[in-house]
Design a protein around this ligand. Structure first.
Ligand SMILES: N[C@@H](CCC(=O)N[C@@H](CS)C(=O)NCC(=O)O)C(=O)O
Length: 256
């Protein structure tokens, strides 16, 4: 870790690239009612999450991209069999993600991504440029619409065509700052992290189930995916796409 930090300071131009290449970590086991509960509020900073939840995935990517694996402990919760202490002692909303930090608990993925960015070390993920700040907020707002458009399209007669405008929206957004593959240009930011869990899952579903590559005919989206795939801090958080496909087929589409 020390050598890593040294490098980071001595080669500022490459800071991002180096930071995003993180030391792999063994995923901790998922906690259910029979697991030993964590020593809640003992001063440890904990990210309560789930390996399958795209909202929790946002906070997890943020933690990794900022180089906080040793600072923020992952606590995966079994969403199908949640331990009672989670709702009782940690987060009354009983959802993931939630962050235990300095004696308090913060929820809601977007708030958490911003909170982690502002309150911990590591590369800044929120822009300082007002135009980029405004664009980030626009993208954050659109993320719900994007998500709903795709889920609705899956239920429709022609999901590929029906989801087209949602993917086209991202393709156009990615043209705004021409200096790089990410939403705000050359570096990954909050905007990319907000979308990454969903683009990953949607691309996996369309590719596997509908034999459709969402990046085809969308060169900016293709470049974005390619750039994200180079960030170890992100790729090591990727979900098990078969689990996601099964979930959508069973619970959203009512298929077996
Ligand atoms: N708006 C919340 C949504 C979080 C959310 O819905 N998380 C789901 C899992 S993906 C959850 O914990 N649901 C409660 C449950 O499964 O019992 C956020 O952005 O953090």
């Amino acid at each position: 870790m020390k050598a890593f930090n040294l490098l980071r300071h001595s080669v500022p131009k490459l800071r991002g690239t180096l930071f995003y290449r993180s030391v792999p970590e063994v995923r901790p086991p998922v906690l259910s009612p029979t697991s030993d509960p964590p020593a809640v509020f003992d001063g440890t900073t904990r990210l309560y999450m789930s390996y399958t939840c795209p909202f929790a995935h946002r906070a997890w990517i943020t933690r990794n991209v900022k180089g906080l694996k040793e600072t923020i402990k992952l606590v995966p919760i079994d969403l199908n069999n949640k331990p009672a202490w989670y709702k009782e002692k940690v987060y009354p909303d009983n959802k993931v993600p939630a962050l235990e930090h300095n004696g308090k608990v913060i929820g809601e993925s977007i708030d958490l991504v911003k909170y982690i960015d502002k309150n911990f070390d590591g590369p800044a993920l929120l822009p300082v440029d007002p135009e980029k700040q405004e664009f980030t907020e626009e993208l954050i707002q659109y993320s719900d619409t994007f998500m709903k458009a795709v889920y609705t399209a899956w239920k429709g007669a022609d999901p590929i065509t029906e989801a087209g405008s949602a993917f086209d929206h991202l393709e156009t957004a990615l043209q705004k700052f021409a200096d790089g593959p990410f939403f705000l240009g050359e570096s990954i930011s909050v905007a990319d992290i907000v979308y990454a869990p969903f683009i990953e899952r949607f691309r996996g579903y369309f590719g596997n189930e509908l034999k459709y590559e969402i990046t085809s005919g969308r060169p900016n989206l293709a470049a974005w995916v390619e750039a994200m795939e180079k960030i170890d801090a992100y790729t090591e958080t990727k979900c098990d796409i078969d689990v996601f496909i099964q979930l959508i087929n069973a619970h959203v589409l009512g298929k077996k």
